[in-house]
Design a protein around this ligand. Structure first.
Ligand code: UDX
Length: 470
C-alpha cells in the first residue's frame, strides 16, 4: 500500500508538544496518513504519567510514538533561562540521532515521506535534503511574534537593534505591518541584548533564514486574528497553512468531542472545577504563567497583594518551582492566606482549556504563551498580560493594542497596578472586553467550521501530505 508517512518532531516543552500532538491527531483521522510522533524521552515519560495519551492514541492504528534523548540532565528544571538548554540539547544530541534514524531506514513499516518539525529546528532542513523528502516547519508561536523574528536582520541593519539609549517606549520602524504599534519593549525579549553575537540572537537569525526554505509553514492561528501578518509571511513563503485554533479544530473533528484531549506534563487538579462550579458567573480571575515562566518571590507577593486588594476571586496555578526563592508556603503573610481561604483557590496544574471555558471565569492573568493566549481568545476571556520572555512580549502587545482583548502589564509588577488592572478587566471595562472577546471568539469558531479559512487550510495540508507519497 502506498501511504504518506509523516514524522512529527516537536520542541520538547509543554506548549509545542501540546500543539503538535493535536495536529498529529487531526492527521491521524485520515487513514492513508501515518504519523510517527518523535518525543523526547523526558516528555514522553511525563505525558504517560499524567494523561491517558497512550490509550487515547491506541485507537489510531496509523499512529506511533517514538522517543529520543534530548541531551538535558534529568535534574535540569527546563524552566526560565534553563529552557535554552533544551533547544541546545536537541541540536547537539537529538539531531544527529534523528539523521541516523532517517538515513538508516529505521522508521517502519513505511518509509518516510515528510518531515514536520518545530520551526526552531534549523538542522532539519539539511536532514530533509539529505534524505530527499519534503520538510514542513510548524512554528507553534504566533505569526505576529515570528514575524518580528524574521525582521531581526532588518532591525539590526537599520541600527534599531541594539537599542540606542534606554527609552523602551520608542516606536520601532523596521517591522513591516507593525508600524505605529510595536515599541522597543514589545519586541521579543532577546532584542534587549546588547551583544549581537548572543547565541539566542544568532539562533533566531538562522531560524528566519531556514523557515522560508521549507515546502510549507504551518501556524496555529486563524485569518480573522492575524490575516495582515499572514499576508506579510506570504511575501516570503507563499505556502502558508493557517489551521488554528488547533484545540477547537480537533474537538470539532472528533466523533466524541467531549473526550479529553489533554496533553499535560503535570497532573491536572480537577478539583478546581468543583470550586469553580460554586462561584458566581464571570467572577473568577484565572492566574497562570504556563510551563516555563518563573517569577521572583517579590513579584509573587505583589501579584498576591494586588489580587487581595482588588477583592476579586481567583484560581491560581502555582506550578512547583515557578517561584524563585520561595522556601515554604508557610512563608506567606497571614492576611494573604486568610483572603485565599475566603475567595481563592490554589492548585499546582489546571485542566486549562476546561477552566477557561467555565462560566465562572471572567478574566485571565497570563504570561501570554501562544497556546494560553489562543485558548483564552477561543473562550472570549479578557486577559491581563504579564509576558515573561521571547515571543510573549509581542503577543501581549497585540492582545492589548491591536486585538483589544485585554491589558498589557509588561515590565511592571506592582500590587497597585495589579489591583487596578484586575478591577478594569473584572468590573470597570468588563462589558467592553467581553463583547470584544465574543466577536473574536465567533471568528475563531467560524474559521474551523466547514468552509472556514482554517478548515480549508487543514484540508489543503492533508491533501498536500497525501500527495507526498512515494
Ligand atoms: C512556551 C514558550 O515559553 C512560549 O514563549 C511559547 O509561546 C509557547 O511555549 P508555555 O509556558 O508552554 O510556553 O506556554 P503556552 O504556549 O501558553 O502553553 C502552555 C500549555 O499548557 C497550554 O496549552 C495550557 O493549556 C497548558 N496548561 C497550562 C495547562 O494545561 N494547565 C496549566 O495549569 C497551565
Amino acid at each position: 500500500m502506498r501511504v504518506a508517512h509523516v514524522l512529527i518532531f516537536p520542541l520538547p516543552i509543554q506548549g509545542p508538544v501540546n500543539c503538535m500532538l493535536k495536529l498529529a491527531e487531526l492527521l491521524c483521522l485520515h487513514q492513508e496518513i501515518h504519523v510517527t510522533f518523535l518525543n523526547s524521552e523526558h516528555i514522553q515519560q511525563r505525558l504517560v504519567n499524567c494523561t491517558d495519551v497512550e490509550i487515547r492514541f491506541k485507537k489510531y492504528p496509523n499512529f506511533k510514538f517514538m522517543t529520543i534523548p534530548d541531551g538535558v540532565a534529568e535534574d535540569n528544571p527546563r524552566t526560565g533561562d534553563e529552557v535554552r538548554n533544551v533547544v541546545k540539547g536537541v541540536e547537539d544530541v537529538s539531531s544527529p540521532m534523528l539523521r541516523e534514524m532517517l538515513t538508516s531506514g529505521l522508521l517502519t513499516p513505511y518509509s518516510l515521506t515528510c518531515l514536520l518539525v518545530d520551526g526552531i529546528f534549523t538542522f532539519a532542513l539539511d536532514i530533509a535534503k539529505e534524505v530527499g523528502i519534503p520538510l514542513l516547519y510548524f512554528d507553534t508561536i504566533s505569526p505576529c511574534a515570528l514575524w518580528t523574528y524574521l525582521c531581526l536582520p532588518k532591525l539590526i541593519e537599520a541600527g534599531e537593534i541594539p537599542f540606542k539609549g534606554n527609552d523602551l517606549d520608542t516606536l520601532v520602524n523596521n517591522v513591516p505591518g507593525m508600524e505605529g504599534v510595536i515599541r522597543r519593549r514589545d519586541l521579543p525579549s532577546f532584542c534587549r541584548e546588547t551583544d549581537l553575537n548572543n547565541p539566542t540572537i544568532q539562533r533566531i537569525i538562522k531560524e528566519g533564514k531556514h523557515i522560508v526554505q521549507a515546502q510549507g509553514l504551518i501556524f496555529n492561528t486563524f485569518e480573522g486574528l492575524e490575516g495582515p501578518i499572514l499576508s506579510q509571511f506570504r511575501t516570503l513563503c507563499p505556502n502558508i497553512y493557517s489551521i488554528g485554533p488547533l484545540h477547537i479544530h480537533l474537538k470539532k473533528s472528533l466523533s466524541s468531542p467531549k473526550t479529553s484531549t489533554s496533553n499535560s506534563i503535570w497532573k491536572e487538579d480537577m478539583s478546581c472545577i468543583d470550586w469553580l462550579d460554586e462561584q458566581p458567573k464571570k467572577s473568577v480571575l484565572f492566574v497562570s504563567i504556563g510551563s516555563v515562566a518563573t517569577m521572583s518571590k517579590a513579584q509573587f507577593l505583589e501579584i498576591w497583594y494586588g489580587l487581595m486588594n482588588s477583592k476579586t476571586r481567583f484560581l491560581w496555578v502555582q506550578r512547583p518551582g515557578s517561584v524563585i526563592g520561595l522556601e515554604e508556603n508557610n512563608d506567606i503573610p497571614m492576611e494573604l492566606s486568610k483572603y485565599t481561604k475566603e475567595r481563592g483557590c490554589i492548585i499546582s496544574w489546571a485542566p486549562q482549556e476546561e477552566v477557561l471555558a467555565h462560566p465562572s471565569i471572567g478574566g485571565f492573568l497570563t504570561h501570554c504563551g501562544w497556546n494560553s493566549t489562543l485558548e483564552s481568545i477561543v473562550e472570549g476571556v479578557p486577559m491581563i498580560c504579564w509576558p515573561y520572555f521571547v515571543d510573549q512580549q509581542v503577543n501581549s502587545r497585540y492582545v492589548g493594542e491591536v486585538w483589544k482583548l485585554g491589558l498589557d502589564m509588561k515590565d511592571v509588577c506592582d500590587r497597585d497596578i495589579v489591583e487596578k488592572m484586575v478591577r478594569e478587566i473584572m468590573e470597570v471595562r468588563k462589558i467592553e472586553f467581553l463583547e470584544r472577546g465574543r466577536e473574536m471568539r465567533n471568528l475563531a469558531i467560524q474559521s474551523v467550521n466547514e468552509g472556514g479559512s482554517s478548515y480549508k487550510d487543514l484540508d489543503r495540508l492533508v491533501e498536500d501530505i497525501r500527495l507526498m507519497r512515494i
